[in-house]
Design a protein around this ligand. Sequence first.
Ligand SMILES: [Fe+2]
Ligand SMILES: [Fe+2]
Length: 411
Amino acid sequence: MTSILFVDDEDSVLQGLRRMLRPYRHQWKMTFVASGQEAVAALAEQPFDVLVTDMRMPGMDGVALLAEVMREYPQIVRIVLSGHSSKDTTIRSVGLAHQYLTKPCDRETLERVVVQALKLRETLLDQTLGQLLARIDSLPSLPSLYAELITELRSEKTTINRVGDIVAKDPAMTAKVLQLVNSAYFGLPRRISSPPQAVALLGVDTIKALVLGVGVFSQFSNSAGACLDHEAIWEHSFRTAAAAKRIALTEGVARLDTDEAFTGGLLHDVGKLVLSQAFPERYTDVLSRASERGIEDVQDERAIFGVSHAEVGAYLLAMWRLPDPVVAAVAYHHSPNSPAAVAFAPVTAVHAANVFANRWPGEKGRGSSIELNMEHLDRIGLAHRADAWREAVEPLLVGESCWSGSAGIAT
Ligand SMILES: [Fe+2]
Ligand SMILES: [Fe+2]
């Protein structure tokens, strides 16, 4: 039985939750407490799978409680259920919570979020995946500049200039980020020449995602013997990210979802780099099998490794504490129906964007036979939107390369 701890200082909220969730009492063991301190005491007494907490509470607030649970009980799923405010929203994007819900929240939404969070953990705790990853000596690390940005964003006093200055400290990163920012994908009216300017125009979250993407990809060396063309994967990832963001914008979803679609798109194939770097010979096998059959490499990866690049990438991102919707977008970008979605989510955008990006002529036919998962689109009631998405992303995909000439990213 799943055990869930609910924390809220308002008695009426706790009573409302208790009433609303009564029908779940046979599948969930629920505990309700009125403060952070009481939550800490309850956690010390019995194991929990999920924490659902308010943010603004007297005494120990949500941030302090989430930080303590993250440190002491990292396996517990941390969900925020809070009144809406931009400061609260930042919490989701800086790794303290896995999921962010706003009040009032109906029971179906709460149930779906809990079920999906547990399902995602099941995917990531898969034995085959664990054994495979245990054999990899060095997994890429969370880029330090990204970690620094996260710390800055958690602070009360953060400003656009301070975020920009952190990026500017690293000249190589600055050059790559500015190159991407000035590419046709963003369609900015004028040339951007400094990180603070880039942050002001594109927003902190886009710059943060770019720093993460650039920092991750630069950890993989494109050595002569490498079986994958890293630069081509980066190019494909960037196109997918831009297309995923465009699809999310077309659906008019919240900004946070749009940003998470972009981040998910940027990192959706990172598992390919991990697998091919750690097991070059076996990965060469995957690629030759895939090219013989002219289909995408997921099935061949499964045949050879028992898992695919989707789960490997998702595991890495979960380890780095990226929010659940980004991790899920990567984990399920080839099988968006598996988390039993009922509404548009970043995974929908990344899945569709990847399909469209793979059809871009410059992709040299790589994986061009993968199709949109219409079952998923049907289930979330958006099958009729597929053509509109295709049209919306077309201008992004027919354009020239995201940088001119030789200054690629995977050096
Ligand atoms: Fe993929
Ligand atoms: Fe892809």
